[in-house]
Design a protein around this ligand. Structure first.
Ligand code: ATP
Ligand code: MG
Length: 151
């Protein structure tokens, strides 16, 4: 048992390459489609996956393609929990990193909005990080059954 009994779990691991971002987005969208999300919900989930994976690649690994990015998705009832992890450099000051518009790479067309987007699009959002060891983002969202709208 892995503490997720009752949940329907999927996990992915892939190289830290920007071309895998689209793969991650589509794979998570395909998995979550069994909850029958609305188009808006699906777009939100794809956006947060993109933001989190991009962060692992450009910040966690500083664009080193030899790193690995991991994603797990767990469906439990109407809830989807997503974790996105890297074993890269970690974040020194999480509170600061979570501020809207904060970016440590202002020179690289980053707007510092990734964490703010994740926090706003999801119901729950947590960052766990250790300098030199890596970062895990855990996010949860309730997918209201579309069926309810038609009944
Ligand atoms: N996986 C990670 N590993 C190390 N540092 C991270 C990671 N994710 C985020 N950070 C740090 O947190 C900061 C804020 O992240 P956020 O996604 O909000 O903005 P950004 O990536 O800089 O810009 P944007 O997402 O708008 O392109 C980053 O600039 C970086 O310093
Ligand atoms: Mg970002």
């Amino acid at each position: 048992m892995n503490g997720q009994s009752g949940a329907n779990v999927m996990s992915l691991q892939f190289s830290s390459r920007s071309e895998n971002e689209a793969f991650a987005r589509v794979a998570v969208a395909a998995f979550v489609s069994q909850l029958d999300p609305t188009l808006d919900e699906l777009t939100d989930l794809k956006t947060v996956i993109s933001e989190a994976v991009t962060n692992c690649i450009i910040h966690g690994y500083d664009n080193d393609p030899s790193g690995m990015v991991s994603i797990t998705a767990a469906i439990e009832g109407e809830d989807i929990t997503l974790t996105v992890s890297d074993q890269g450099q970690g974040i020194e000051d999480v509170e600061l990193a979570r501020q809207p518009l904060f970016t440590s790479k202002p020179d690289m067309e980053r707007s510092g909005m990734g964490f703010t987007i994740m926090e706003n699009f999801m119901d729950e959002f947590e960052v766990t990080t250790e300098l030199g060891a890596g970062t895990t983002i855990r996010m949860k969202k309730r997918i209201e059954s579309k069926q309810a709208l038609y009944n």
